[in-house]
Design a protein around this ligand. Structure first.
Ligand SMILES: [Zn+2]
Ligand SMILES: [Zn+2]
Length: 465
């Protein structure tokens, strides 16, 4: 008689084991989501949140690296055999919203985008997958990523100038540092104030940030305004010139151009010699983004030319357009339907907002479902996660189930996701590191331009009247 070798455990059984492990940790995971919600921290400064994540990784016995892009934490859970690496992400950061009811009274940080629940769902997925890791034919990476939101940009620019950061948002910076070079695909679950229990397959606009500094000449606003060059007027003309072009943006490109004037002069007694305009430009495609950026550049130059001022524009590609991988979307839809029922899974749509998951999606397959559990409009004082089961616990189960499907049976589904992506891009597997491929996508956007509108004559074509 020979001893029989046990066959592979069916995926359905592994999923139940993972769910049971998460359920066994239910109260602690809910506490985690609530605790992080009460301790919001802004991007690249999420030290307490990162330390909390590191504590969980230690408890789970997962080796990890910390301080990636200042605050990122990355753990690795090896499977039974080598294979593709699936990353489960959680974003660490909050927004700056001092009037939010749960805002930190000192920093004004507030979790008005629900990222605290993402961190709890990532930890929950780690708890669930730890129970089945010996059945997975590939690795799982858990990444707590900093700074998804675009806030405190001037402080971040200082960090870039000081060499502390390469980019203004977290996943871009992590990509440029090679933190995703050993990852094949990535997923995270974002909370939503929408009624659907789950929505999968949404796409997002890409976005560019322009900091435009108008430089004029100060003079006494009462006695000699004619000696001055009014930088504030140049800036407000630029805003009008942007507005004049809005109906040239095509509906299908979902262009958004939003500007604020962080500096418009020092005192009304002097002609302002400096004005600063911060503009966020969003669009569905890179081409549409380039076109809208050109419109904003022309508007800035027009303002400077009209007043005889100078305009210096610092342009940063903030987020690439975000498109989820269709094969991963199907994995999530199947598991979401099994978990919540067919009526609970909404189809994807295009959103005007942006996410740096788009940057990651440019170099690898990504999945970014929205889950219920929040109320109010994202980024508003009304937005809050009110149901941590829907926002943190259920997404943990969903992601654990998706990872199980991807990595069982020789990681057949994960290999299929990678092969289908390769066919779609009609390219051989790109052997270059993700960091190099990523820098190609950014090419042509980032830079500093100067426009000098101080010439006091405008040359026209000479000819007879
Ligand atoms: Zn947000
Ligand atoms: Zn968010």
């Amino acid at each position: 008689m020979t001893a029989s070798v046990p066959g592979p455990v069916p995926a359905a059984q592994l999923k139940e084991r993972a769910r049971a492990a998460i359920e066994a940790c239910r109260e602690r995971l809910l506490d985690l989501s609530e605790d992080l919600q009460r301790h919001p921290e802004t991007g690249f400064r999420e030290h307490r949140t990162a330390a909390t994540v590191a504590g969980w990784f230690t408890e789970l016995g997962l080796p990890f690296e910390s301080d990636l892009s200042l605050t990122g934490v990355k753990a690795r859970m090896p499977g039974r055999t080598p294979g593709p690496t699936v990353a489960v992400l959680g974003e660490l950061d909050a927004l700056v919203l001092p009037r939010h009811p749960l805002a930190d009274p000192e920093t004004g940080a507030a979790h008005a985008c629900g990222h605290h629940a993402q961190v709890a769902s990532m930890i929950g997925a780690a708890v669930g997958l730890a129970a089945v890791r010996q059945h997975l034919d590939g690795d799982v990476a858990f990444l707590a990523v900093p700074a998804e939101e675009s806030v405190e940009l001037e402080w971040r620019r200082e960090q870039v100038r000081a060499g502390e950061l390469k980019h203004l948002v977290g996943k871009a910076d992590l990509l440029a540092r090679g933190a995703f070079d050993d990852v094949d695909m990535a997923m995270l679950c974002h909370t939503s104030g929408q009624p659907a229990r789950l929505s999968v397959g949404d796409s997002h606009n890409g976005s560019v940030v322009k900091r435009i500094t108008f430089t004029g000449r100060a003079s006494h606003a009462g006695s000699s305004p004619w000696h001055g060059v009014n930088a504030l007027k140049a800036a407000t003309l630029a805003i009008s010139a942007i507005d004049a072009q809005r109906d040239t943006f095509r509906d299908e490109d979902a262009v958004r151009v939003n500007a604020v004037l962080p500096h418009g002069g020092d005192a009304p007694t002097a002609v302002p010699d400096r004005a600063e305009l911060e503009v966020v430009i969003r669009a569905r495609t890179l081409d549409a983004l380039r076109g809208a950026c050109a419109a904003v550049d022309r508007a800035a130059w027009a303002g400077a030319m009209a007043l005889g001022a100078r305009a210096t524009t610092e342009t940063t590609l903030n987020y690439l357009p975000h498109h989820q991988d269709p094969a991963l979307v199907e994995v999530a839809r199947t598991n979401g339907t099994a978990l919540f029922g067919p009526g609970a899974v909404a189809p994807g749509r295009h959103l005007g907002a942006s996410t740096d998951m788009g940057d990651l999606g440019a170099v690898m397959p990504v999945l970014h479902p929205f889950t219920a559990g929040a109320t109010g409009d994202a980024h508003s004082v009304d937005y809050a996660v009110t149901d941590h089961v829907l926002a943190a616990l259920e997404p943990a189960v969903l992601m654990a189930w998706c990872v199980i499907d991807l990595l069982v049976d020789g990681a057949a589904q994960a290999h299929d996701v990678l092969a289908r992506r390769e066919r779609r891009t009609a390219a051989k597997p790109d052997e270059r590191p993700a960091a190099d491929r990523y820098s190609d996508f950014r090419a042509g956007f980032d830079g500093l331009t100067h426009y000098d509108g101080t010439h006091d004559t405008v040359r026209g074509t000479e000819g007879e009247l």
